[in-house]
Design a protein around this ligand. Structure first.
Ligand code: 4FM
Length: 227
């Protein structure tokens, strides 16, 4: 899978992508992540990427030309015509585990990072095929959101995780929160590991974990149970 990211601060991706599972996946040849600076697709002397909003109001708006030309550049070098173009912004539909697994099925993806008080609406209307939000809060830019999307997707690609750490059996995959996990020591500061986990009774352990998952979900995320 190849992922092209168009943004204003490509340097932000260097450290996260060189320490995470993304690095490992790239090393195995399973994914290639390429970042581009939207500023490189401007033509004026000051490399202008933003301008005042028509109609007035606070803040600046990301201009459409360098964003469109950036995507056209990516289309040329990758030879792609119809891979998804995903705009990251707080107005998007919510990014979930289900969306991650759907996106991970594409051979190529283009991510656009929104900024400022907004992005010219023609990007959303005529360039992006999808608009996603990683949650109901406002970031200073879409770069952090793009990192979240890439991380969640890459770990789902076949061969990225070892068999020990497989992506299937965890929070949200099954619509319930994960059950509590324990490791050694058996007692820590007076807090004991639940005896059932030391019992060796696999059926009882499964039943306990299922019950704990349901209790945790009911307490913390009742919205997940009602679905
Ligand atoms: C803020 C982009 C304002 C565009 C941002 C505007 C975000 C999010 C986010 C920064 N991206 N999920 N939440 N981006 O806040 O994806 Cl107009």
């Amino acid at each position: 899978m190849r992922i092209d990211i168009l943004c204003l601060f490509p340097e932000m991706f260097v450290s996260p992508f060189s320490h995470s599972i993304v690095k490992r996946a790239e090393g195995k040849g399973l994914v290639e992540v390429v970042t581009h600076n939207i500023r490189d697709f401007t033509h004026d002397r000051h490399a202008t990427v933003d301008d005042y909003p028509y109609g007035g109001g606070a803040g600046m708006v990301l201009k459409p030309e360098p964003v469109f030309e950036g995507v056209e550049h990516v289309r040329r070098v990758t030879g792609t015509a119809d891979s998804p173009v995903v705009l990251l912004s707080p107005r998007g539909r919510l990014f979930t585990q289900g969306v991650a697994s759907e996106l991970a099925g594409h051979a190529h993806l283009i991510l656009l990072c929104g900024h400022y008080e907004g992005v010219d609406e023609r990007v959303s209307e005529h360039l992006a095929t999808d608009e996603l939000s990683i949650g109901d809060y406002v970031l200073t830019g879409g770069e952090l959101a793009a990192m979240v999307v890439v991380d969640a997707m890459v770990r789902l690609l076949p061969g990225v995780l070892g068999s020990d750490e497989s992506a299937g059996e965890e929070s949200h995959a099954g619509g319930l929160l994960e059950y509590p996990q324990y490791t050694r020591p058996e007692e820590y500061r007076g807090w004991r590991v639940p005896p059932v986990l030391l019992s060796g009774h696999h059926a009882e352990i499964s039943a306990w974990r299922r019950r704990q998952s349901i209790l945790k979900t009911a307490a913390r995320r009742p919205d997940l149970l009602s679905r």
